[in-house]
Design a protein around this ligand. Structure first.
Ligand code: TNX
Length: 533
């Protein structure tokens, strides 16, 4: 069955997948039919994997049943779309289960059988007679399907495998196995800075796809900074129209219309990824200050900015117009965003007094909450009053979260010396920064979010997030290069219990992603310390 899957040429690829033309030619390597120790292929590592005898065969007659409501149906359709036309001339049938499902089918449902699993957990049971994915909730069922996906042939990741084909079509075989699994943290995030360089809707979707494969569930979009305002705001149209027209280095920039942003949110939600929109303020606001003179204390619009310095800009915090502006912006974005969060940035303000800064954050938190959202901010916001619903994102490695915790806030750990995807891997990395250090794959993997910062009790620790700032990152190929393999490392830091993971074991499993990532056309960094095979 593997032979034919391997016979892919660049021209076949380019015929069905325009992306092939601009990507590294995917050489789909031969795949081991079934790897003996299948746990050794899964990233992130599950709680438990028990191998059973035999395999389950997916062919053109396999039906994917769902039970439990629309979110489960969406997951069944995700699986059908993933398999595409790999096993037949039609996509696999998706149907609602009514009672027992017949032998030979796949069932996506809820309620793990052997005891409770935490939210987002799942139980995946593959037997020769059937496959059952039981989610603790709908996100759990989706996570279980991602594990099932990682047990399928890596070549399926290659879109050409889902195109119509002629001749015999072999079934897909997956090993019989019982996987029980649940995440360590509720917040497993990645941040994309679309302000310093702009990324298209398709680029963002590609990033979401890569997140979902690794069970990441929060996409933080850094939508506004000095160099660009990237989301259409109907009540302040010049923000995007003028403030979105450039980027670092003077390129054309761009912005998402509200319809495009809504499409990103929908696409992410279909993959159980919650979008966290960020409008950075009161600093990092030059694009807004260039678009509306009235937001400046001196009433003078600023010129657009295409450099990389930080800290020079700030909204006029003593003007009422500033808060009308913020209320309008937060209101419009909140209405477009189903997730519970609004990120106000709050980092690196150098032109305000501490008291001005605290009063600003306090007032903006009230605005965010009046629009029904929880405020998220970079760790600087801890100096201001917070709510128990507030989330503080710690990026400075030496900044203890005591203030935030004392105010009842939750903490997301993004310490720059571990979690920043925009740092270089080593001194020879062609793109990236190095102010927080060089971050090789082991550095991004081998740490514990519970102990890296002083004084975070377990119940205040919401999760981890890996930010990708884009001063030096201009294309999706650059994004992929800096993000992988390190984003897979952070995904496991966020998912797998500390006691259940070691660098040596991870290294081996990462090496076994070679075929899958190659089939995906992923432009990942071939880190020399990883045994790619
Ligand atoms: C610091 S991290 C910043 C960003 C830069 C980044 C580059 C943080 C909250 N602020 O403005 O893009 O460093 O690594």
């Amino acid at each position: 069955m593997t032979g034919r899957r391997v016979l892919l040429t660049l021209s076949m690829c380019a015929a069905v997948l325009p992306a092939c033309a601009r990507r590294v030619t995917p050489v789909v390597s031969p795949e081991p039919a079934i790897v003996a120790d299948i746990a050794s292929t899964l990233v992130p590592r599950p709680i438990s994997v028990e191998r059973r005898d035999g395999t389950f065969a997916i062919d053109g007659t396999t039906t994917i049943y769902w039970n439990g409501g629309g979110h489960y149906e969406a997951t069944a359709r995700f699986l059908s779309d993933f398999i595409g036309l790999a096993v037949g001339a039609q996509p696999l049938r998706v149907a609602q289960a009514t009672g027992e499902v017949p032998a030979g089918s796949i069932l996506i449902t809820y309620g793990p059988e052997s005891g409770e699993l935490p939210a987002d957990g799942y139980e995946l049971t593959i037997q020769p007679a059937r496959v059952v994915v039981r989610g603790a909730n709908s996100a759990g069922a989706f996570n279980g399907v991602q594990t099932l996906r990682q047990l399928m042939p890596p070549s399926l990741e290659y879109e050409a495998q889902r195109a119509p084909r002629r001749g015999d079509i072999a079934p897909i075989r997956v090993p019989a196995v019982v996987v029980r699994d649940a995440p360590r943290f509720a917040w497993r995030g990645a941040m994309l800075d679309v302000s310093r360089h702009f990324f298209s809707v398709d680029d963002v979707k590609r990033f979401v796809d890569l997140m979902a494969l690794h069970k990441l569930n929060r996409l933080h979009l850094h939508l506004a900074d000095d160099q660009g305002w990237r989301l259409e705001i109907l009540s302040w149209p010049n923000l995007a129209r003028h403030g979105g027209r450039t980027e670092v280095g003077g390129g054309p920039g761009g912005f998402y219309t509200q319809a495009e942003y809504t499409e990103i949110v929908r696409y992410a939600a279909a993959r159980f990824v919650v979008v966290v929109p960020e409008i950075d303020m009161p600093g990092h606001t030059n694009a807004a200050l260039a678009s509306y003179a009235e937001l400046n204390c001196d009433g003078q619009a600023r010129p657009l900015f295409t450099g990389v310095e930080v800290g020079f800009s700030a909204l006029c915090v003593d003007k009422d117009a500033t808060y009308r502006f913020i209320d309008d912006v937060v209101g419009e974005i909140s209405a477009l965003t189903p997730g519970p969060y609004f990120h106000i940035g709050g980092d690196e303000v150098q032109t305000l007094t501490p008291d001005q800064y605290r009063r600003f954050v306090d007032r903006v938190r009230g605005i965010v909450e009046s629009h029904g959202k929880q405020m998220v901010g970079w760790d600087e916001v801890s100096s201001a009053p917070l709510s128990p619903t507030s989330v503080v994102q710690h990026w400075r490695p030496k900044q203890a979260p005591g203030d935030a915790v004392a105010k009842g806030a939750q903490v997301v750990v993004s310490v720059a010396n571990r979690a920043y995807l925009d740092m270089k891997y080593d001194a020879s990395t062609a793109i990236g920064l190095s102010w927080a250090g060089l971050i090789d794959v082991r550095t991004s993997y081998d740490w514990d979010p519970a102990t890296t910062l002083e004084g975070v009790p377990a119940d205040a620790l919401l999760g981890v997030e890996a930010p990708l700032w884009s001063e030096t990152v201009a294309t999706i190929n650059d994004v992929e290069y800096l993000a992988f393999p390190r984003l897979a490392a952070i995904a496991e830091v966020g998912w797998t219990a500390q006691a259940n993971r070691t660098w040596e074991d991870f290294r081996g499993r990462l090496g076994r992603q070679l075929a899958r990532w190659t089939a995906l056309g992923l432009n990942f960094y071939r880190a020399p310390e990883i045994p790619w095979q």
